[in-house]
Design a protein around this ligand. Structure first.
Ligand SMILES: Nc1ncnc2c1ncn2[C@@H]1O[C@H](COP(=O)(O)OP(=O)(O)OP(=O)(O)O)[C@@H](O)[C@H]1O
Length: 306
């Protein structure tokens, strides 16, 4: 279990972290989300020991993390950190030896990662001639070369095309299934929702929400109903009990259930009385859809950071 407990950090008058805690268990993928400047990078740097905290502690399997323990962590820093003029394979192996591997072991591990990450044709290219996506693959290989027990990745998916996202996500999923805790930050909330077992939302240096996406959903204050009603006379929406979050009278293109002459209304409602909402809709027209709608992580995020 990776634990950060009550991390504090100031830069002059700026309070960057005000008691940040998180826990990531074996084989858990933790998504770290927050607005720009919320404190994600500072937290990850402190976990990795590249920045010292003013207070709080980082623990790995119950022990305070010092230099020896952190050597077994893998890290993708936000500022990246590859040697531009080194060749791909040479670079990955070099970082392996820095992490304490023998040259032979680093070579073997680098070869396997190069193949796994689709870099075989680039292995002898200088890093500065690679596309952003390929540089990021090299950076991930550098983080993985010594088979780390923990992975901490600062925005590993930023700027990547969908194929590169899939390649990285596939490799991370492998590490997770091997029992490695993975922490990564991202502004791509759809991706976080898709990949992560748990999520932490940070704002102004404090963790303001955390848990599985399902738990965050359950805590979301406003439950929403999505309804589609056709053939209703104008004005019925005003009779719905609760707050209208969104509405449209434009049917989705090519929906065979909607006939040309029918009116179409799609409403997202935060109801004060769901049964009354159903009665109003049924009296107004044909109810084609009436169901609770799960908010996406992006909607939950907007709600909790507001
Ligand atoms: N070296 C520094 N000197 C002074 N202030 C800093 C320094 N590094 C970070 N900060 C401040 O600390 C706060 C947290 O920054 P941090 O980089 O951790 O946020 P972040 O969540 O990673 O943001 P982003 O999503 O933009 O990467 C911000 O107010 C930032 O301006």
């Amino acid at each position: 279990m990776l634990e950060a407990d009550g991390l504090r950090k100031r830069y002059g008058d700026t309070v960057a972290l005000d008691g940040v805690s998180l826990k990531v268990g074996p084989g858990e993928m933790f998504g770290f989300v927050g607005a720009n400047g919320a404190g994600k990078t500072t937290t990850m740097r402190i976990i990795m020991g590249v920045l010292s905290a003013d207070g709080g502690e980082v623990r790995w399997n119950g022990k305070q993390a010092g230099h020896e323990i952190r050597r077994r962590f893998g890290y993708m820093p936000e500022e990246r950190g590859l040697y531009a003029k080194m060749r791909v394979a040479e670079q990955i192996e070099y970082f392996g030896t820095l992490a304490g591997m023998s040259a032979q072991a680093a070579h073997r591990s680098s070869d396997a990662l190069i193949e796994r990450l689709g870099l075989t044709e680039r292995r002898d290219d200088h890093v500065d001639t690679l596309s952003l996506g390929n540089q990021q693959r090299v950076q991930l290989a550098v983080a993985l070369i010594h088979e780390p027990e923990v992975l901490v990745l600062d925005e590993p998916f930023s700027g990547l095309d969908p194929i590169a996202v899939d390649a990285l996500a596939g490799v991370l999923a492998e590490r997770v299934s091997a029992g490695v805790p993975v922490v990564f930050s991202s502004h791509q909330l759809d991706l976080v929702e898709q990949l992560c077992d748990s999520v932490g939302i940070i704002k102004g240096g404090r963790m303001i929400a955390g848990g599985t996406v399902a738990e965050l959903r359950a805590r979301e204050s406003r439950k929403r109903l999505r309804m589609v009603v056709t053939g209703a006379a104008p004005g019925w929406i005003d009779r719905l009990p609760g707050e209208i979050i969104a509405k449209t009278d434009r049917p989705p293109q090519g929906d065979p259930a909607v006939e040309d002459h029918d009116s179409y209304d799609e409403v997202i409602l935060a109801p004060s009385d769901d049964q009354e909402a159903l009665r109003v809709a049924a009296q107004a027209g044909r109810v084609r859809h009436f169901a609770w709608q799960e908010p996406s992580l992006a909607e939950i995020f907007r709600e909790v950071v507001a």
